[in-house]
Write a protein that binds this ligand. Structure first.
Ligand code: PMP
Length: 459
């Protein structure tokens, strides 16, 4: 398809086909290029001059530390070892096999009407044939209780998060999250000025009893009650926990008791390294309280931006309105490819098992490297996802160590405060990713980390 697009873009070829004559490409671009216009009576704007144009909501946006680290990782030299990037490993991506096995045929070979459709506008909800496939996929995987709910295709689940925040949060609204939560929820929420209710986790994730007592106390004091809980039930980012079924049921019950919705963000669902697949919140949603976000970014391709929201219809209708205003619809080409990927179930299952094994091997290797320093930096082995969440002993705040000393020593890490809503608070935790680091660099990375911690403890 990329080849075909290239052909379509090639002015010379198009001209040849349509008019049987050669076009002078330089002349073509000269014709369309801007004529230079100078008015030196006025001073050009720069720097702070722009502040007065910026809306208050935009001015409240802050960069996510993890995105800054991602851009840094493109700049640093080879001697730097990164345990910081949350990106999936592109070696699990090539999914050509999935496409070849697909009953719909290879989208790279699309022709005629089908190619035209893949290049056309769509209804805002998504490609109709993909929606049909996704409804089947959700029913087979989660068997949700029968309620009026439907699906909207988004451009990645970060886009879904953004849409749901826009849907649910007004200034001053309380929002429940885990105490440390995915940076993408915080960066989206910040301009909406919510009150964050951060609930602590243990090695099994969010503690329902604490949630119950925090909400009970708010009720007693007559404080505003939250409308939504954001949670990553499998392989939480950053804590790596998997919420056991009993806790999910307790939390679901609390959502009914205190009348809030559950925003279930589950991109690591297929990277569960335990033997038990825990039922999703969607699968227990008898009362229409769950908005579920799915994404293939971690296991098929991050660049495809293949993701979807499953929600009760009254909420979904509003999300569709946001989509109309924001994007018109998610990318048609990506949706066409996602349809092919999902439509061959047996090869998809094979691919997902392979992806899980690929990351499990990496998790075990980093675990073996970390075990000898677990007295300096205790941790629980992540049960799913891509992250080790370590607590650094004897260091009250890791920020300096991670942002100055570690970088000088050739090691990239993410400090725990990146996952706090108020990122200026001190923090003892560091997030390590095993996704892309080379096996042969893992021990060196851990040795550097141990040296850093020992040095920091002495300061
Ligand atoms: N949710 C969580 C918990 C994530 O870790 C990420 C990616 N780091 C996302 C959402 C965004 O995923 P997507 O690529 O589908 O936008």
């Amino acid at each position: 398809l990329a080849k075909k697009l290239f052909e379509i873009r090639s002015v010379t070829l198009l001209a040849k086909k349509n008019y049987s004559q050669q076009v002078n490409v330089d002349e073509f671009f000269k014709f369309y290029s801007d004529k230079v216009y100078h008015d030196d009576r006025y001073k050009p704007l720069n720097g702070k001059d722009y502040d007065r144009f910026i809306s208050m909501r935009s001015a409240r946006r802050e960069p996510a530390v993890t995105r800054q680290i991602t851009s840094l990782s493109y700049k640093v030299g080879k001697q730097m070892i990164s345990l910081a990037e949350g990106m999936p490993n592109e070696n699990v991506f090539p999914f050509k096999r999935l496409l070849l096995d697909s009953s719909c045929g290879d989208p790279l070979e699309l022709e005629g009407k089908e190619l035209a459709a893949a290049l056309q506008y769509l209804p805002s909800q998504g490609l109709p044939s993909l929606l049909t496939e996704l409804r089947k996929f959700q029913d087979d995987l989660h068997r949700p209780p029968q309620l009026p709910r439907d699906i909207l295709v988004t451009n990645g689940s970060q886009h879904g998060i953004y849409q749901c925040v826009e849907l649910l949060v007004d200034p001053g609204d309380p929002v429940i999250t885990t105490e440390f939560a995915y940076t993408g929820i915080h960066s989206t929420l910040k301009p909406y000025q919510p009150e964050i209710i951060g609930i602590p986790e243990d090695e099994d994730g969010l503690i329902p009893e604490t949630l119950d007592s925090v909400l009970g106390e708010r009720l007693r004091l007559g404080l505003k009650m939250p409308k939504v809980l954001y949670i990553i039930p499998t392989g939480s980012n950053p804590s790596g926990t998997v919420l056991p079924e009993a806790r999910r049921r307790q939390i679901y019950e609390l959502s009914c008791k205190y009348d809030f919705l559950i925003l279930e963000d589950d991109p690591y669902m297929f990277l569960n390294y335990t033997d038990t697949q825990v039922p999703s919140f969607l699968s227990m949603d008898t009362h229409g309280r769950v908005i579920r976000l799915d994404s293939v970014s971690k296991v098929v391709s991050a660049g495809l931006r293949g993701a979807w929201v499953t929600a009760p219809i009254p909420l979904l209708e509003r999300l569709e309105l946001h989509m109309q205003a924001e994007l018109l619809h998610s990318c048609t080409l990506s949706q066409t490819i996602l349809l092919q990927v999902l439509s061959s179930r047996s090869s998809l299952a094979r691919h997902l098992i392979g992806a899980r094994q690929f990351y499990l091997k990496r998790r075990d290797a980093l675990n073996s490297a970390l075990e000898p320093i677990s007295d300096l930096a205790p941790y629980s082995v992540p049960k799913a996802g891509l992250f080790f969440w370590i607590r650094v002993n004897g260091v009250s705040d890791v920020f300096n160590m991670v942002f100055h000393t570690a970088l000088q020593q050739g090691l990239m890490l993410v400090p725990g405060q990146a996952f706090l809503f108020d990122s200026s608070s001190p923090c003892q935790h560091v997030r390590l990713t095993f996704s892309r680091v080379r096996f042969e660099d893992m021990e060196t990375a851990v040795r550097r980390l141990a040296d850093l911690i020992r040095n920091e403890q002495q300061i």
